[in-house]
Design a protein around this ligand. Sequence first.
Ligand code: AHN
Ligand code: ZN
Length: 334
Amino acid sequence: MRKLKHLLLLSATMLSLAAASCRNEAPVVQKTNSQEASTNEPSKETSTAKRLPTFSADSALLYIRQQCDFGARVPNTEAHEKCADYLKSKLTQFGAEVQMQKFEATAFDGTKIKGTNIIGSIYPEKGTRIALFSHWDSRPFSDQDDEKYFRTPVMGANDGASGVGVILELARLMQSQAPNVGVDIVFLDAEDCGNAHGDEESWCLGSQYWSLNTQLPKKPTYGILLDMVGGDNPFFGVDNTSAQYALNVVNKVWSVANSLGYSKYFLNRTTTQMIDDHVFINRDAKIPTIDILDFSPTRGFPQVWHTHNDTPENISKRTLEMVGNTLTNVIYRE
Ligand code: AHN
Ligand code: ZN
């Protein structure tokens, strides 16, 4: 009942996705320590088959905790400012060329927001590029919670930090082993200060700005947006915008997920018209971009969405690993 009211729900229809195989291969074995994984040893294999680096869900979870340790990353707060510095230093540590794109915007309630999109280019000299996006801000209010929490900011372990955590772990892997393509990482600000009962332009203020003011030297071939990729038992379906602008990218990513045995969670189903950063990226930056977003046509967004329960304790390492393994395979198969 809740959560669905402002969404235009369409019937979930089957998509004819390109020959997704169902080999049910076991995912790559993961390290179990709770620290940042150490740099991968270079492959000792002599065969021509390139080994993939191992995505560590523990590292990704550590990066999620580190973001949440600053507090809710609501624009115009100290936690937000400190986290911006943290993200800049992590990207720099992983060898990216970093730009801090500052912008000003007005939220729907009149608040003037000072925002920063954080852009890290990995292997900037490489000509063929893909882009990875996630928003890094937290929502200023828990308006899907009991009334007493309405004025409490959302911690955003899943809604914000999870996508950033997965992408930071991918950046770490790419430093230790270069893929064939270059990767532009874009951490978008002020996605989540929108009006749940208002117009769509009140959301995604950072991506609206970035999409009209991109400063990348080379346009990425396609983009992948991660939004809420750390919930238990996720439903990753295909929203209308992803299907409309980037169906070939959907097919590529969903068939990789299938080949890794994740077809129970990456579903070949269209969901709904979703307002998210990729709407503006597709429309204005014109980079074909999909959204990997946990939204089920029956249960809506995850239980903890826009509540005080969106904390690191409720993050599923299994889900981080599933998304991380899928993206590692996508990137290194390019
Ligand atoms: C709306 O709720 C309008 N869009 C979903 C986008 C979102 C919010 N992602 C995270 N928080
Ligand atoms: Zn949100």
